[in-house]
Ligand binder design. Structure first.
Ligand code: NAD
Ligand code: IMJ
Length: 256
């Protein structure tokens, strides 16, 4: 299969390095013929993005710290002026203060709560608003979530609360944008070793539990996530919106 995303302008937000979920999705979308546009947080990410995309030819990459409204305004006005229309957005961004992922949940500070909700949830709403305004031919908006939204994942703490709000945001945005043929979905990914998982206590134990207990007896890969994202971004998923799609080796269906 190839060419599922031919002619589609797709914005990928959240590549930090070659392990990033956003990069796995970008590669899969590229293989399917998408015109990729990237946004990155800062200079460090820009440098690694330029290296990663060096054999993709001329590709636009714009700096955008999603906590800054002016960065978001600039990003979408650049996209509008250069591409006229947008068909897809991948939002693969989350952040909480590291102390809020280590300390006890009830010790979450107000500042820590606000930061996690701002970067991991509000940014999605802010992106969806700007994206829908230039999705003149319909479109697909995609974000990434984790099971910690619905079940307690010790240490995930405020990020679990943020992901619950993110998933609810997917449903509200899907309801509102459906009339413009814009679909909004999330992938709930199994644990995967990225920078956002680095330094998480017991992370290799968590990967081991999935290998042992998940129906597929293995952890998910960037290719697994890329395939699901291509489906959600393409017309193959034309009847699907407001959905949380589990790409987790089936772990979520298990009880004891
Ligand atoms: P990652 O660290 O590679 O990606 C996170 C990205 O967020 C980085 O590119 C970082 O630059 C960006 N970011 C943080 N603050 C930002 C800001 N203010 N403005 C713009 N960008 C900002 O890690 P990842 O695991 O690929 O994470 C991508 C998404 O996948 C996140 O939403 C994460 O919650 C989700 N997710 C990860 C896992 C996992 O196990 N790694 C599982 C399920 C869901
Ligand atoms: C993150 C924290 C605690 C437990 C965790 C994770 N588990 C998994 C993750 C079990 C799989 C990774 N994940 C799903 C995330 O969404 C990570 C988000 C994140 C990670 C960091 C680490 C560095 C930092 N801030 C962060 N903010 C969000 O300073």
């Amino acid at each position: 299969m190839s060419g599922l995303l031919k002619g589609k302008n797709i914005l990928i937000m959240g590549v930090r390095n070659k392990w990033s979920i956003a990069w796995g999705i970008a590669q899969a979308a590229w293989t399917q013929g998408a015109n990729l546009i990237f946004s990155y947080l800062g200079d460090r990410e820009k440098e690694s993005l330029l290296k990663l995309t060096s054999d993709m030819g001329e590709i636009d990459a714009f700096q955008c710290d999603v906590s800054r409204e002016e960065d978001l305004d600039n990003l979408f006005s650049m996209i509008k002026s250069k591409y006229e229309t947008l068909h897809g957005v991948v939002h693969a961004i989350a952040f909480a203060k590291s102390e809020d992922l280590q300390d006890t949940f009830v010790n979450t500070s107000k500042d820590g709560f606000m930061i996690a909700m701002d970067i991991s949830v509000y940014s999605f709403i802010a992106v969806a608003r700007r994206a829908q305004a230039i999705m003149t031919e319909g479109g697909s908006i995609l974000t990434l979530t984790y099971t910690g939204s619905v079940r307690v994942s010790p240490g995930y703490n405020i990020m679990g609360v943020a992901k619950a709000a993110l998933e609810a945001s997917v449903r509200y945005a899907a309801h509102e944008l459906g009339g413009k043929n814009i679909r909004v979905n999330a992938i709930s990914a199994g644990p995967i070793k990225t920078m956002s998982a680095k330094g998480i206590r017991n992370f290799s134990d968590i990967l081991g539990v999935v290998e042992e207990k998940a129906p597929l007896k293995r952890n998910v890969t960037l290719e697994d996530l890329g395939g699901a994202a291509v489906y959600l971004l393409s017309d193959l998923s034309s009847g699907m919106t407001g959905e949380i799609l589990h790409i987790d080796s089936g772990y979520n269906i298990m009880g004891i």
